[in-house]
Design a protein around this ligand. Sequence first.
Ligand code: FDP
Length: 337
Amino acid sequence: MQKLGTTLSSFIIDEQRKLGNKASGEFTGLLNDITIACKGIANLVNMGDLADVLGATESENSMGDVQKKMDLIANDLFIDALENNGHCAGMASEELDEVLTLPDGKPRGNYLVTFDPLDGSSNMDINMDVGAIFSVLKAPKGKENPTAEDFAKPGTEQVAAGYCLYGPSSMMVLTTGTGVNGFTLCTSIGEFILTHPDMKIPEETAEFAINASNQRFWEPAVQEYIADCIQGEEGKLGKRYNMRWVAAMVGEIHRILCRGGVFLYPIDERNRDVGGKLRLLYEGNPMAMIVEQAGGAADTGYGRIMEVQPNGDPHQRVPVIMGSKNEVEKILSYHKS
Ligand code: FDP
């Protein structure tokens, strides 16, 4: 007889049970809300043009990115799943200018959630990988409407982080601070099933991911490292490298979790004033927690991403270098020298 395996809900309940009578079930409920949003998004992403979700809108987000139709739909699905069940006290989304206050009368929970509801959305219209990234923080006690200041916590204070990859299959990858586990969506029963227990990033790699078209804008340390990778066996690093660029951070990090590698979105001349391209709260911190929990490293080039002190702007950006531990350390040695 075919077995169903461990579902994401039963896995989380089991994890919480290990905490004994300290667990109220609220955290389990919160992760369940996020899972429901991701299932809703997976369904529409899979339907593509049949669900009329491709193409751009006329609006831009606070960073000046043109919003895709599916950016807004995914954002609404996250909000809808999180604002009604009393597990969450406030949200911050890459697609919203300000942090979101729950409507009056809705029950408040003990957690704050930040999310990028559709990461890599420029892949949406070409039927390539996209994803959702989320991070969970503790909400301030007794505060009806948390503000941006309450979200300004370093990544070390996250209680959970995860992403959902919408690729050939949809996968939820989650950490609650005790390792990383991956679940594949079984579309016939509508459940995420544990398929990748205790994911670990190999420490060594010879694969890098960077948008090479930005090469002339990078800092000297990154220019030098990539030039040495391209030199292969003849270069200082003494081995042949491979390159990949999915153009969706979720896809890059998933590949790195599966077979190792490094992903770089460094600071460059054009984004130096704003601190980089990727967002600390929606991308940097959650992915750094996942990568570190899987045995990798995540750094800005100048320090651990999860120790960056947020400045209170929910859209703060950060340079990103993450993946296989020994390779990240190698890149950091270029920064030091
Ligand atoms: P996107 O703007 O399409 O949402 O979130 C930023 C991000 O994608 C990352 O997911 C991705 O790795 C990167 O930007 C792609 O950047 P390029 O436009 O430089 O390819």
